[in-house]
Design a protein around this ligand. Structure first.
Ligand SMILES: Nc1ncnc2c1ncn2[C@@H]1O[C@H](COP(=O)(O)OP(=O)(O)OP(=O)(O)O)[C@@H](O)[C@H]1O
Ligand SMILES: [Mg+2]
Length: 235
């Protein structure tokens, strides 16, 4: 059974349709990159997978034992979110919210999980620092540690390298690849098509044309070739 199956999804808001009849699957251990122009519905799709909003039509089926609120999520950053007054430790611990349920405090195991994930991402020394005083790269690592507290199976990352410099971007991609090799399925939205075809196993391109399939097939497809050429930079 696939880890995630989207069947004939139609997404939209108040009568306007963004994406129609979208179907794709994610197998355990896949690394799916979602690409496409601004406003085509990528973040909407991610929120639909997380059941934070309903599709206009179609369904999302989860792998055995995978609950939508146990999927790790790194949302697209807004300036407001960058301004959290909390400490790094509190931000990471908040990733255990589903585990804590209605309990008004985090238990010992959850606190240990937060410490383990801070160590896993190399941010344990920042634990007492205020989140909003960190650099963009440090903040993204902290949010990734937070997302990991929710899951050992699937991470949804909405533009995790946006705003990061090339060196920190490369480090972030290495980190994500390492987590994928440890067995976590990755679904990542990115505008960096070259990194997408380098690291991902599959590509979902949404827009006026749609593609879903393995990276090699995307690179050979007319849509993939056009998109890769458009993004080619020259000095
Ligand atoms: N809550 C909402 N209510 C109404 N319209 C919305 C809502 N959220 C998003 N939209 C609209 O839906 C469209 C798709 O938004 P979405 O954020 O999914 O795009 P995206 O592909 O993630 O874009 P980007 O690459 O810029 O992040 C946009 O036109 C947006 O204005
Ligand atoms: Mg978006």
């Amino acid at each position: 059974m696939a880890e995630l199956t989207c069947n004939n999804l139609t997404l939209g808001y108040e009568g306007s349709v963004l994406v129609k009849d979208l179907s794709f699957t994610v197998e355990r251990g896949d690394y799916l990159c979602i690409v496409g122009e601004n406003g085509t519905g990528k973040s909407t799709l991610m929120r639909t997978i997380l059941m934070l909003q309903k599709p206009v039509a179609g369904s999302v089926v989860y792998g055995e034992g995978l609950k939508p609120n146990e999927i790790g999520y790194l949302p697209q950053q807004t300036l407001v979110q960058r301004d959290f007054p909390d400490s790094v430790r509190e931000v990471v611990l908040s990733g255990c919210q589903t585990k804590a349920g209605l309990r008004p405090f985090y238990n010992r195991a959850e606190k240990q999980l937060a410490r383990d994930n801070m160590a896993r991402l190399g941010v344990e020394d920042l634990s007492r620092r205020c989140y909003r005083e960190l650099s963009g790269g440090q903040q993204q690592r902290v949010l990734l540690a937070r997302a990991l507290c929710a899951t050992e199976r699937m991470l949804l990352l909405d533009e995790p390298v946006s705003g990061l410099d090339p060196k920190v971007t490369a480090e972030m991609y290495q980190l994500i690849r390492r987590l994928n090799r440890e067995g976590i399925s990755i679904i990542m939205i990115s505008h960096d098509i070259h990194a997408a075809v380098r690291y991902a196993s599959h590509v979902l391109h949404i827009g006026s044309e749609v593609f879903f399939g393995p990276v090699a097939d995307y690179c050979r497809s007319p849509l993939g070739r056009r998109y890769l050429e458009e993004e080619e930079t020259t000095c």
